[in-house]
Design a binder for this molecule. Structure first.
Ligand code: R5P
Length: 296
């Protein structure tokens, strides 16, 4: 049980180091660079023959580049004789395109899930995988998946950090029910789930009602990307009387001026995990990942 080596991809060397330290196993960083035409160069800098390797790569901000690096690295590990490869992809992109919303669209979630087989990984460890129309990892992936959750730890950290009275936990949309429920259980609080309609990549409308008068509110979601979802949720909650609104997300991608949007919408404070690098990472997912790696 466990792994022999934790190998960090260029997206997640900091996280891989934390995980390796917790496990007390060898740590290395993949050697990577860009060729002049933009192609990715990858080199495994250590001997992996006959050894069990955890390859850590969260695919944020430039997901295509990090995915390409992961594909090159995992196949190389296999070529070099690694006995087993465990993919640790805390933030796995492309999962939101889990349906053909318009004729002819790529079913990206399915394709990326199939790539894991092609990479010959034995297990995928991920965190708060975006599961919506596919309800469980086994409906999408043929490799074994450990889908960890940071929702409980985020809720506990928010309550402590912001000295919250037992908060009302709010999931902004249907798929956030899974994280809101876990967060509420962790801090012994109630939760509600709102409704969201997306009209474009950056525009959403959040609807629903709740009695929030005098209550601390904590919005929980898996991803904050452009910030539209959190901002619209906070606006609605403030409009119906919430005095203080906090937010916590596992994967803080924070693109397109998201932070400014959150604060303009009246969010009092925001926290996240270190699944991707960001300035709000109060909760580390390293203990969760290390524990899962001990068990594989
Ligand atoms: C999708 O429904 C996810 O759970 C998040 O709510 C969404 O990705 C957040 O995106 P944005 O911050 O751009 O609204």
């Amino acid at each position: 049980m466990g792994v022999d080596i934790v190998l960090g991809g260029s997206a997640s060397a900091y996280l891989a180091r934390k995980v390796a330290e917790r496990l007390g196993v060898e740590f290395a960083v993949l050697e990577t660079r860009k060729f002049p035409d933009g192609e990715t160069y990858v080199r495994v800098p250590i001997d992996v023959a006959g050894r069990k390797v955890a390859l850590v790569q969260s695919m944020y901000r430039t997901p295509n580049e990090y995915l390409a690096e992961f594909l090159l690295a995992s196949k190389t590990l296999k070529d070099l004789g690694a006995s087993e490869i465990i993919a640790v992809i805390p933030y796995l992109p492309y999962m939101r395109q889990d349906s053909r919303f318009k004729p002819g669209e790529a079913l990206s979630a399915k394709i990326v899930a199939e790539l894991m087989e092609w990479c010959e990984v034995s297990t995928l460890i991920t965190v708060d995988l975006h599961l919506h129309r596919f309800r469980s990892p086994s409906e999408l992936f043929r490799v074994r998946v450990r889908n960890l959750t940071a929702a409980g730890e985020l809720a506990k950290a928010a309550v402590e950090e912001f000295s919250l009275k037992p908060p009302l936990i709010v999931g902004p949309d249907e798929e956030a029910e899974q994280w809101a429920r876990i967060a509420a259980e962790a801090v012994n609080a109630e939760y509600i789930v709102l409704r969201k309609e997306r009209s474009s990549d950056e525009e959403v409308r959040v609807m629903g009602a709740a009695d929030v008068t005098g209550r601390d509110v904590l919005i929980i979601d898996d991803i904050v990307s452009t910030g539209g979802t959190l901002a619209e949720t906070a606006r609605l909650l403030k409009a119906v009387g919430a005095p203080r609104v906090y937010a916590a997300c596992t994967h803080a991608l924070l693109v397109s001026g998201a932070e400014a949007k959150l604060y303009a919408a009246g969010i009092d404070a925001f926290i996240a995990t270190d699944s991707v690098p960001n300035p709000y990472a109060i909760v580390s997912i390293a203990p969760l990942v290390a524990e899962a790696l001990r068990e594989v």
